[in-house]
Ligand binder design. Structure first.
Ligand code: FES
Ligand code: FES
Length: 172
C-alpha cells in the first residue's frame, strides 16, 4: 500500500510501487488534468509538484512519492489564500496563453514552482525554469508574459499595508 497526500487529501493506493506517479494520478485517482506526452521526461506535460518541487510524473515511481505531498493542476488554486484561481491561472486566461492546451497544466505547474521560490523572476530565470516544458503550439512568449503578470498580481496580493512594503512572500 502506497500512502501519499494529493492536493491536501490523504490517499492510499494498492498499486505496483513501480507504477509511474502519472498513472496513479490519472488512472487510480481519476484526475486527468496531468497529461501524458512523451513518457521519457522530455516534454513536461506530466509535471506535478512533489513536496513543492516540479517533477516529471511519467518517470517518477509512485513509491518515490510515498509519504510525500503531491500537488496536481487540480490543486493549484489551493496553493494560494482565498477563493478563486491561482494568479498564474488568471494570468494564463488574461494573456490568452493556451492554444490546443495539451501542455498547459505542465506549464502552469512548472511556473508555480518557479514563483514559489522566485516571486519576481527575470527572463533568464523564467527560461531556465520552463526549459523542460515543450509547447508544440509555440506559446513561449505568452507564457513568459503571463508569468510576469502573475508575479505582479502576487506582489499586490501580498502587499502588507502595515509595513507599506511588498513582502517577499512565497505562494505556499
Ligand atoms: S510525459 Fe512526462 S515529460 Fe513528457
Ligand atoms: S498550447 Fe498546444 S502544446 Fe502548448
Amino acid at each position: 500500500m502506497i500512502r501519499l497526500r494529493v492536493n491536501g487529501r490523504d490517499r492510499e493506493l494498492d498499486v505496483d510501487p513501480a507504477m509511474p506517479l502519472l498513472w496513479a494520478i490519472r488512472e487510480q485517482l481519476a484526475m486527468p488534468g496531468t497529461k501524458f506526452g512523451c513518457g521519457i521526461a522530455q516534454c513536461g506535460a506530466c509535471t506535478v509538484h512533489l513536496n513543492g518541487n516540479a517533477i516529471r510524473s511519467c518517470v517518477t515511481p509512485v513509491a518515490a512519492a510515498e509519504g510525500g505531498e503531491v500537488t496536481t493542476i487540480e490543486g493549484l488554486a489551493d496553493l494560494v489564500e482565498g477563493e478563486g484561481l491561482h494568479p498564474l491561472q488568471q494570468a494564463w486566461i488574461d494573456e490568452q496563453v493556451p492554444q490546443c492546451g495539451y501542455c498547459q497544466s505542465g506549464q502552469l505547474m512548472s511556473a508555480a514552482a518557479l514563483l514559489a521560490t522566485n516571486p519576481d523572476p527575470d527572463d533568464a530565470a523564467i527560461d531556465a525554469a520552463m526549459a523542460g516544458n515543450v509547447c508544440r503550439c509555440g506559446m513561449y512568449s505568452r507564457i513568459r508574459s503571463a508569468i510576469k503578470v502573475a508575479a505582479r498580481a502576487s506582489a499586490v496580493q501580498f502587499f502588507d499595508p502595515a509595513t507599506s512594503e511588498v513582502e517577499e512572500a512565497s505562494h505556499g
